[in-house]
Structure formats: structure tokens, C-alpha cells
Design a protein around this ligand. Structure first.
Ligand code: SF4
Length: 310
């Protein structure tokens, strides 16, 4: 059996940035340290931090006044920042800079009174954060093409769109095309809101799908970008499965397969992939692993200035 590891996979610069912020804050200030929402959507990463004394909360009122809190990589709406200020919390913002870019676009469109169509998954933390930067009277959240059909916006009004960063590249393109047909003067963000990590990981899975008989994606159930990777493999015609940990894989899905592709979402630590490879090799001792140089290795986001070394 041959095992092919996707060229681009695993931690993106935004996830590394957020994890480094929590690590550095723990080193400097110690536990307990509060984090608003899961710092990134990965069970292993969250459990590791819990063991080190990090307390994850979903409500600012659950954090004792004056404590230190970190906002997760997905970003928060302005109301959360206001609540944190009201409780005199010392906060560090671990929002990925590429999500902050979308927040800035949202603010700009909203300030110019554009009807703002936000493409994304309702209930996802990033969408909740971004939606908070749009005046509710101009906000229209759409998840699929049916939602676009149902949009009831004055045809004379200026319309713009923004998106969650981790959506399916192909589905988003189709939705933007549909929006353009409905609103010919549609304003787009200067550059796609889908981030480089989303694009690269989906492209790599499409490459795997050309050659492999089956694809296994490592990623937690609540990870948007990991779920999109599984769908990308499946849509490219290759049976694709998602697992949170190596022992979740039903090894029978490999029966009769000669080429297995493995990828992992942007929030998945390498150890999960290594465990999966080890588990497959236990069952198939002669399997060979093919790995490629990661073209993203030089993409790094600098720590916020309050956590940089003096
Ligand atoms: S997936 Fe993209 S937007 Fe999300 S943290 Fe990574 S680089 Fe940032």
C-alpha cells in the first residue's frame, strides 16, 4: 500500500499564531488563563491546553472580573469586546489576521450603508464574529443558493458580499456568480475572503483524489475547513472520511485499496497524522509513505506586541 500525505495540510499560520499566543500567555502569566471559545477547533489542542490550566468559556460573564482572557482564532463580535471591557478583563486578541481583514471589510461596507451579504455557516464562531461588524439592518446571512434566491433586497440599493474564510472554494464561487446575476453591481472584497490555507488544502485534496483510492481527513467534527476537505475529496470522486483521532478510523475502509491519501485541517496537529500513519502501517507493514515539502512553511504571523519579547 502507498500512503500519500497532502502537500499542504495541518496548521496554518493563523492557528500557529493563536496557539503561540496561549502558550506565551501561560508562560508569562500562568494558569488559570481564560480563552473565549475553543482557541481553535481541534479536540487534541483544546484538551492539551485544558491540562495546562486553560479554562474555555462561551460567555464573558463566566470570567471573574479583572482576569486575563484570550479571544479565539475565529474572532469575536464587538459586543464581546465591550463585555470584556465592562468586566475589566485583560484581553489578548488571537483572531487570525485574515479574519480581522474580513471584519475590516464588513465595517467598511456597513459604514457605507451597503446591503451586506455574508456567506457562511450560521452558528459558526467566525460567522458570529464577522456578523457583529455589520449593522443588523444591512446584514443578510446566506448559507446556500436557496438563501440567495430568497434574498429580498431593494434592487436599487448598493450590495456587497463578504465570506467566512474556510468555505468550499467551488461552492463559494458558484454562490458569488449567482449573487452577481441577481445584483449586477455587486461589490466584492478587494481580495477573496477565503484564506490561502483553505484554498491550498482543498487544492491538495483534489490532487490526492486524482490518484488515490480513498482519502482520510484528520479533523474535529466542529472544524469547518476540515469538513470542507472531506467534501472536496468526495466531490472529486474519491471516497473520503473524516476522523478526529487515529483510533476512530475503521480500518476496513482500506480493504482492497492500494493508494491512501491523508490530509488534515488547518487546526490539526501533526501528531494526529503521524498516529494515523502508524496505525495503518501496523495493519499494512509494507506500506510506503510519500511526503512533499510544505510550500507554506515560511508563512508566519507575528505575535501581538504585548506578547513579543522585549
Ligand atoms: S484557516 Fe485561514 S483564516 Fe482560519 S486561522 Fe487559518 S489562515 Fe486564518
Amino acid at each position: 500500500m502507498d500512503i500519500y500525505l497532502a502537500k499542504t495540510q495541518g496548521f496554518c499560520a493563523g492557528v500557529s499564531f493563536a496557539i503561540e499566543i496561549v502558550d506565551e500567555a501561560l508562560r508569562r502569566f500562568g494558569a488559570p488563563l481564560y480563552v473565549y471559545h475553543e482557541i481553535v477547533h481541534n479536540t487534541y489542542v483544546v484538551n492539551q491546553f485544558r491540562d495546562k490550566g486553560v479554562i474555555f468559556v462561551e460567555r464573558i460573564q463566566d470570567v471573574p472580573e479583572g482576569s486575563r482572557i484570550i479571544f479565539s482564532a475565529h474572532g469575536v463580535p464587538p459586543t464581546v469586546i465591550e463585555q470584556a471591557e465592562a468586566r475589566r478583563l485583560q484581553f489578548v486578541d488571537a483572531t487570525c489576521p485574515l479574519v480581522t481583514k474580513v471584519h475590516n471589510e464588513a465595517t467598511k461596507f456597513s459604514n457605507h450603508h451597503y446591503e451586506t451579504v455574508l456567506i457562511g455557516h450560521r452558528g459558526h464562531q467566525e460567522l458570529i464574529g464577522t456578523a457583529g461588524y455589520v449593522d443588523p439592518q444591512y446584514l443578510h446571512i446566506v448559507e446556500d443558493e436557496e438563501d440567495i434566491d430568497a434574498l429580498n433586497i431593494d434592487p436599487q440599493a448598493p450590495v456587497a458580499f463578504i465570506t467566512q474564510t474556510t468555505l468550499s472554494v467551488d461552492d463559494t464561487e458558484a454562490m458569488v456568480e449567482k449573487l452577481k446575476q441577481k445584483f449586477p453591481n455587486l461589490n466584492a472584497p478587494p481580495r477573496s475572503d477565503l484564506c490561502y490555507a483553505t484554498q491550498n488544502r482543498q487544492d491538495s485534496v483534489k490532487e490526492l483524489a486524482k490518484d488515490c483510492d480513498v482519502i482520510i481527513i484528520c479533523g474535529s467534527p466542529n472544524s469547518s475547513n476540515s469538513n470542507r476537505l472531506r467534501e472536496t475529496g468526495e466531490k472529486a470522486g474519491c471516497p473520503s472520511y473524516i476522523i478526529d483521532t487515529a483510533d476512530e478510523l475503521d480500518l476496513s475502509v482500506l480493504n482492497g485499496k492500494k493508494k491512501v491519501g491523508i490530509s488534515s485541517g488547518a487546526s490539526v496537529p501533526r501528531i494526529i497524522v503521524d498516529d494515523l500513519v502508524a496505525r495503518i502501517q501496523q495493519r499494512h507493514p509494507d506500506s510506503r509513505v510519500h511526503e512533499f515539502d510544505n510550500p507554506e512553511k515560511n508563512i508566519v504571523f507575528a505575535l501581538p506586541k504585548e506578547l513579543r519579547e522585549n
